[in-house]
Design a binder for this molecule. Structure first.
Ligand code: MN
Length: 476
């Protein structure tokens, strides 16, 4: 079936539905939540009741997204029995429950006035919805608890499945699935445009455009992954023309994280030590390092892998981390299947997999343990490599071969990246700048990307048609 026909079917079903449930896949990413929230805005504009639920936590970096506050974590389950009070007439002051033998009382205290029997309705959880949208969800299992706890609902209520995963199981009543799309939001854009025509209302605003662009940017790794098609670029350009706040997305999702990560990476590099003979590369981060670089303990997860890829000559890569709870944790990576990382971690009471493992040492005196740990790993390697122990002098002098890791080069890269990062105008400055340009300034959007650094409070009005050249007018 042609996509235009599927879109038509979706629109027909939306017309016939009033209470709509929108479900992004878990874990939440920019595409799943961008799809879900843009649908929320569109359906609200069409005067529908809309609920968005995901049982998993939202990553902090996505907190800036418009309408993020509507995301709920739990669906009223099909087993729930719901007593609903109509509060248009009388407001609720307090609710408590009293248990008696064979009776359970719900006591509702009104703010003012009195509740009557007519204010009460009874509902069973799932009967509420008449349409479900799943977005960016290859199989229903990916909805995790929302699916596990409400399986019946997915049989009883029509499902519209909007997705781009190659593994999509076509479980919907309508399956709007295109594996050639870089993101699910890419599929929503033409659907929303068709809805605009059909319902004869303007639906795609700057918030919707921002949400859709978020999906494309995150799923293509900011247009770096191999799934970045010409169509993805074209859709992104179209969304920017609709007023998508591209710089706001980049700023929140990539830039803020990157600077602290870069600094931490620089710190780890500056403390790198190597043992050429036993092919070990290691470094350590202390609490002081985390404070100095304004980074989080969790950010070392990427760092160990970064170390790995940059030390091809090493066999064992180790990162020691002093944790805030006073313990030391060690992450071990090995560069070949013949070196068992879990065996190394086991020497310190840990474990893991063949190529990646970890351990924790409770008494966290960092310096005291570091030498001891490295010596044990040297012995492990000595045994494995069958190397006859030479004296220390020989070991220190064996610097004629190429280094296992080129720290100098990497440090230069970090410095340059930090410089570039600092040269980037920050969102606050841009806001000020946009304000200082005055009320009546007009500019074309292709002229200067700086003006896309708008906070969500800054209003822009489109003065021309979407497809023609775009002129923005700033209001204060
Ligand atoms: Mn996706």
């Amino acid at each position: 079936m042609k996509f235009s026909e599927i879109q038509k079917q979706i629109i027909d079903l939306v017309k016939r539905s009033q209470k709509i449930l929108v479900l992004p896949s878990a874990p939440i990413d920019g595409d799943s939540i961008g799809s879900a929230l843009s649908l929320y805005i569109i359906l609200k504009k069409l005067k529908k009741e809309v609920t968005v639920v995901c049982s998993e936590n939202l990553p902090d970096v996505l907190n800036f997204l418009p309408k993020i506050q509507v995301l709920g974590q739990k669906l009223m389950s099909s087993k729930d029995f719901i007593i609903t009070l109509d509060t248009r007439r009388v407001q609720v002051e307090q609710v408590k429950s009293v248990v008696e033998e064979n009776k359970f009382h719900v006591v509702v205290t009104p703010k003012e006035g009195r509740f009557s029997e007519n204010d009460i309705t009874f509902n069973e959880g799932q009967e509420e919805y008449d349409l479900i949208f799943t977005v960016d969800t290859g199989e229903l299992k990916q909805l995790r608890k929302t699916y596990e706890e409400n399986m019946d609902m997915f049989h009883d209520i029509p499902v519209i499945n909007i997705d781009h995963h190659i593994s999509n199981e076509h479980y919907g009543k309508i399956n709007y699935v295109d594996i050639m799309s870089a993101a699910s939001t890419e599929l929503l854009l033409p659907l929303f445009e068709k809805m605009e025509e059909e319902f004869e209302v303007e639906l795609i605003d700057e918030d919707v455009a921002t949400l859709l662009l978020t999906g494309i940017i995150t799923d293509t790794g900011s247009f770096q992954n191999s799934n970045t098609t010409p169509k993805a670029f074209a859709h992104a350009a179209q969304l920017i023309a609709y007023g998508a706040r591209q710089q706001e997305i980049i700023q929140h999702i990539y830039k803020t994280k990157e600077l602290s990560q870069l600094k931490l990476w620089g710190r780890v590099l500056s403390k790198i030590q190597t043992d050429e003979k036993y092919k070990i590369v290691w470094s350590g981060v202390t609490q002081q390092d985390f404070r100095d670089t304004e980074s989080e303990e969790t950010q070392t997860g990427d760092i160990i892998d970064e170390l790995m890829t940059n030390a091809p000559g090493a066999e064992v890569v180790l990162l020691l981390k002093e944790k805030s709870n006073g313990t030391i944790s060690g992450s071990v990576r090995t560069t070949g299947p013949e070196i068992d990382a879990s065996a190394i971690a086991e020497m310190f009471g840990g474990g893991g997999h063949g190529r990646a493992a970890g351990f924790t040492i409770k008494d966290g005196d960092f310096r005291k343990h570091e030498d001891d740990i490295i010596n044990k790993i040297r012995n492990f390697q000595a045994e494995r490599l069958g190397v006859i122990e030479e004296n220390n002098e020989n070991r220190e002098n064996s610097e004629d071969s190429a280094p296992m890791i080129d720290v100098e080069k990497l440090l230069t890269q970090v410095k340059e990246a930090e410089k570039a990062q600092k040269a980037m105008p920050q969102a606050d400055e841009i806001k000020k700048y946009a304000k200082s340009t005055g009320e009546d300034e007009e500019m074309s959007n292709e002229k200067e990307s700086k003006f896309q650094f708008k906070s969500s409070k800054d209003k822009t009005k489109k003065e021309s048609d979407h497809s023609k050249s775009i002129i923005y007018k700033f209001e204060d």
